[in-house]
Write a protein that binds this ligand. Structure first.
Ligand code: HCB
Length: 213
């Protein structure tokens, strides 16, 4: 089984779009769990890509192709993840990528998983200003709403701190349950800004979301 995960990771690492799709189909036909395909295969490959980019071994066009490989595979996997749909309502989630940031692969994955686990997810997209998030909390139905914010850059992550200030100033802290994530987000950062939780991956995000709601 570990072979298929290594092959999936390698397809992403080598910017092999057709290969990522083909290996995903192969894994699904062998009944490998869709979340394992992502976490043990595709996302593991993306982690290596990030490290190679950081060390100057890879350049932006190559990252873009790796991201395309992962996204094409996600087209096959998203409906599979959604199949486990749990109809018990877990609440409303507002999902977004912080202003200035267009990295949406992880946020989409977390959103899909939350949707499959009973959350009614409103996905606001990428590069979302805090004002828009605050407006969404104001108009969201119910007395509690889950914010699912992602930031993949140390710069955009700072917007999460501003968002917490705005939510407090608007007197909406009791309504807005704040779960933030992305590569630079740590537990220490969550404590510093006074948010409710973070998670390293989509499966953990579901558990954290249920806990804080
Ligand atoms: Co991009 N990029 N990038 N990038 N990129 C990063 C993020 C760097 C860390 C790479 C590096 O230098 N090592 C770096 C940021 C450095 C920093 O600020 N510290 C970086 C940079 C610098 C840039 C540009 C500025 C490059 C440039 O133009 N010179 C530019 C930024 C553009 C912008 O946003 N304004 C850029 C562009 C790109 C793309 C377009 C080529 C592509 C994004 C495609 C897309 O998302 N549609 C891209 C990619 C793919 C990456 C890396 C390689 C992978 C990110 C990824 O998709 N990971 C990334 C390296 C890295 O992250 N280490 C690199 C896979 C997913 C599944 O993981 O961490 O996003 P995830 O999500 C997880 C997890 O964090 C958690 O669960 C998810 C699922 O398991 N989670 C949450 C996420 N959100 C959560 C929310 C919650 O509430 C709870 C859990």
């Amino acid at each position: 089984m570990s072979d298929i995960f290594a092959e999936l990771a390698q397809a992403v690492e080598k910017q092999n779009i057709a290969g990522a799709v083909e290996k995903t189909k192969e894994a699904l036909s062998k009944n490998v769990a869709p979340l394992d395909i992502i976490q043990k295969g595709l996302a593991a490959g993306m982690k290596v890509v990030g490290e190679r980019f950081e060390s100057g071994e890879l350049f932006l066009p190559q990252i873009m192709m790796s991201a395309k490989a992962m996204n094409e595979a996600m087209v096959l996997l998203t409906p599979e993840l959604a199949k486990s749909n749990n109809t018990a309502s877990a609440g409303v989630a507002i999902s977004f990528v912080q202003e200035g940031d267009i990295h949406d692969i992880g946020n989409r994955l977390v959103s899909t998983m939350l949707g499959a686990n009973g959350f009614e997810v409103k996905f606001l997209g990428v590069d979302v200003p805090n004002e828009k998030v605050v407006d969404e909390v104001k108009t969201a139905k119910g007395d509690k709403v889950l914010l699912v914010g992602s930031a993949l850059m140390t710069t955009s992550m700072l917007g999460q701190k501003d968002l917490m200030v705005m939510i407090n100033e608007e007197g909406m802290r009791a309504k807005a349950k704040c779960m933030f994530g992305g590569a630079p987000v740590s537990k220490a950062w969550i404590d510093e800004i006074g948010a409710d939780g973070t998670a390293e991956n989509a499966a953990e995000a579901v558990n954290v979301a249920k806990k804080i709601m």
